[in-house]
Design a protein around this ligand. Structure first.
Ligand code: SAH
Length: 335
């Protein structure tokens, strides 16, 4: 049994059932959060304890490859116990250290421009495997993380039970103690889960992958739009902001000739006008097999200025790690 998969109260229960004192759970939780995952390194937990619970251990993914960018970004290929590989990325910002983790091995959403879904979904990651990504990245960098984004491979809302357990574990004061507001989850737009998420985690940041302001065009690049069309998605976003009072981030990846002309800009402005939101414009990371071409940096800035002028806060995402395989899912695809 992987300790990383357990919430504090679950760990406590297992420990008590083995006839051991419950307070060990908090001690172990604290050690693990510091990256001390070997039984010998948990100095105040006696050997006899581990002997009475031989099945209970903390299990990290193997760091198979590490790429370090000049700008401090570090990307790792992480191998799970069953051989499935995922990527995680460490980024340095003024406000702290952020890690982008994967929520699934592969993805079944099939977005046209994205490398992660090219071979479909392999399987969901467990809460402990997501936690393991964070600990592995801290190990690879020697740094502690303060912010977490679930924007790697996979659709987190297609793995909601494990995702929500993972968030609760991250937030536990005896463990990582990561503030809800320091966590961001990105979805392609699974509406029923957006509603649940707003109820369950009103403090966690929500990002929506929009990428088109016209429903038909959105269906062309994001098949999920056929099940959950744009108008319904926007309505769900309104429900979310009303319920939580929190700003939504809309991600808009600029793809040349697909969603980056003036007509697209006008549609985007009228779609989002008056919403409690922020637009993050992302220059496309070209994935060779996909054949899409990025919109220019200038066009992205034009989009940003036009949105800002209409009162919609917008930023162009800073490109980090462009000298390594930083594009979504590319390192994994290569392997
Ligand atoms: N499945 C979730 C989270 C993972 S993707 C989602 O769809 O939001 C994180 C973000 O990267 C999404 O906005 C996704 O559309 C975007 N993305 C995927 N491939 C990309 C690429 N090649 N270039 C730029 N952004 C990409």
């Amino acid at each position: 049994m992987n300790i990383l998969d357990l919430e504090l109260k679950e760990l406590e229960k297992i420990i008590k059932e083995a006839g051991q004192p419950g307070f060990r759970a908090k001690q172990i939780f604290g050690w693990v959060a510091k990256g001390d995952t070997e039984t010998e390194s948990m100095r105040n937990v006696p050997k006899s304890f581990w002997e009475s619970l031989p099945e209970l251990r903390a299990e990290l993914p193997e760091i198979e490859q590490t790429q370090r960018s000049k700008d401090g970004t570090v990307k790792c290929l992480l191998r799970m116990k069953d051989g499935k590989a995922v990527e995680a990325v460490f980024m340095k910002y003024k406000y702290g250290n952020s890690v982008c983790i994967s929520s699934q091995a592969g993805c079944r959403m099939g977005c046209a421009f994205c490398a992660s879904g090219m071979n479909g979904l392999e399987r969901d990651l467990t809460a402990g495997e997501m936690y393991g990504e964070i600990l592995a990245m801290e190990k690879a960098t020697g740094e502690k993380i303060s912010h977490l984004v679930v924007m790697g491979t996979g659709e987190p809302f297609d793995n909601y039970e494990n995702l929500s357990k993972f968030i609760r574990i991250m937030n536990d004061p005896s463990g990582k103690n990561l503030g809800m507001r320091n966590i961001t989850v990105s979805t392609c737009g699974l509406i029923p889960v957006i509603d649940r998420f707003g109820d369950d985690f009103p403090q966690v940041n929500l990002a929506i992958s929009l990428h088109a302001a016209d429903s038909e065009e959105r269906s062309e690049i994001m098949p999920v739009n056929r099940a959950y069309p744009l108008a319904d998605l926007i309505e769900a976003c309104r429900r979310y902001t009303e319920k939580t009072g929190r700003r939504i981030t809309f991600e808009y990846t600029l793809i040349h000739g697909v969603n980056d002309d003036r007509g697209h800009l006008d549609k985007l402005v009228s779609l989002l006008h008056g919403m409690l939101c922020h637009v993050n414009l992302i220059p496309l990371n070209a994935v060779k097999e996909k054949g899409f071409v990025p919109g220019t940096r200038e066009r992205a800035e034009e989009f940003r200025d036009a949105l800002e002028k209409r009162g919609i806060p917008a930023t162009v995402r800073r490109e980090l790690g462009s000298d390594i395989d930083a594009a979504c899912g590319q390192l994994r695809l290569k392997n």
